[in-house]
Design a protein around this ligand. Structure first.
Ligand SMILES: N[C@@H](CCC(=O)N[C@@H](CS)C(=O)NCC(=O)O)C(=O)O
Length: 320
């Protein structure tokens, strides 16, 4: 775990002291888009996606690559699940870096900006033509995938439809703060107060989701949108990792009838299951965060059956 400062790698854990023990996530810095008539034109084979299977933010991008039929147009590389003193690393195939034979993800950040200062995060959308990072913010990468390559793929499924955008943005805001990032704010807190603050807002937000899903099929009404996929990547990790490792242990997702069935529905959505790689997820969290789990022992359980039938959309389900 570390970061780049003026192009130099420093092995350093998150500094929570200046925020009273709270974990504060830094802003992503590469924020370009892919569009006709710009520096980054939509082209097949031009872009490369770097992900960790463990990472919920990278997972969003992997899901959108799948849902939007981009697999033959945008190749993907997966880092090793352990993120230790050199940050994200590549390893032997299939966890190798195919373009430059890089050992570490930070080498790609340095290729994009030799003086880069900041965290070295996944996902990264890389442009092979200009040899640089187009974007390293998952919220934007999924919007790029949602529409920028439609002419190439002919896939017009829209997870950010015009009539729903305001509602989606509103949901994203609290889901991000209290749930997606909320689990990290709980797990990376270094004071009791900061932990409890994150824990309370997380479970209040999960109650809110449960309530919405008792009345509506999805978070923004009856259509599946990016708001659902953004929540999904946190929910699918929750019972296996966050509940124990991040101490978010008031309830599991399986204890919320509507949310659990919704999670099953999304997991079983065509193409999604293969993006969920549970051994990378568990190994990464339990064995990379030595400040939280110094023995690096990865728990064997829990046993979770994501294949069981769900009741979403059926008559007589708990939805009204
Ligand atoms: N806001 C970014 C966050 C990405 C992020 O924090 N990824 C984590 C892995 S889950 C990471 O690479 N962390 C490395 C670090 O913070 O040094 C996004 O959504 O793309």
């Amino acid at each position: 775990m570390g970061l780049l400062v003026d192009g130099q790698w420093h092995d350093k854990w998150y500094d929570t002291k200046k925020h009273g023990g709270r974990f504060v996530r830094s802003e992503s810095q590469f924020r370009n888009t892919v569009a006709q008539g710009t520096e980054f034109e939509p082209e097949s084979g031009r872009y490369h996606l770097y992900v960790s299977y463990a990472c919920p933010w990278a997972h969003r991008a992997l899901i959108f690559r799948k849902l939007k039929g981009l697999e033959s147009h945008i190749d993907v590389s997966v880092v090793h699940p352990l993120m230790l003193e050199n940050g994200w690393e590549f390893s032997d195939a299939p966890l190798n870096e195919p373009l430059y034979d890089a050992d570490f993800l930070y080498q790609l950040y340095l290729k994009a900006d030799p003086e880069y200062t900041g965290r070295v995060t996944v996902p990264v959308l890389w442009d092979k033509k200009n040899q640089t990072i187009v974007n390293n913010e998952s919220a934007e990468i999924i919007r790029i995938f949602n529409s920028a390559f439609n002419e190439l793929t002919g896939n017009t499924s829209d997870f950010f439809p015009a009539g729903k955008q305001k509602q989606i943005e509103e949901v994203n805001e609290w889901v991000y703060n209290d749930i997606n990032n909320g689990v990290y704010r709980s797990g990376f807190a270094t004071t009791q107060h900061a932990y409890e603050e994150a824990y309370e807002s997380l479970f209040a937000a999960l109650d809110k989701v449960e309530n919405i899903l008792s009345q509506s099929r999805y978070l923004a009404g009856d259509v599946l949108t990016e708001a659902d996929w953004r929540l999904f990547t946190t929910l699918v990790r929750f019972d296996a990792v966050y509940f124990g490792h991040f101490k978010t242990n008031k309830k599991r997702i399986v204890d919320y009838p509507n949310m659990w069935n919704y999670l099953l529905e999304l997991y079983q959505y065509p193409g999604v299951e293969e993006t969920v790689v549970m051994d990378h997820i568990k190994t990464h969290y339990y064995a990379s965060h030595k400040t939280i789990n110094p023995t690096q022992i990865v728990p064997k359980g829990p046993e979770i059956d994501f294949h069981q039938a769900h009741n979403r959309g059926s008559k007589g389900s708990s939805q009204s």
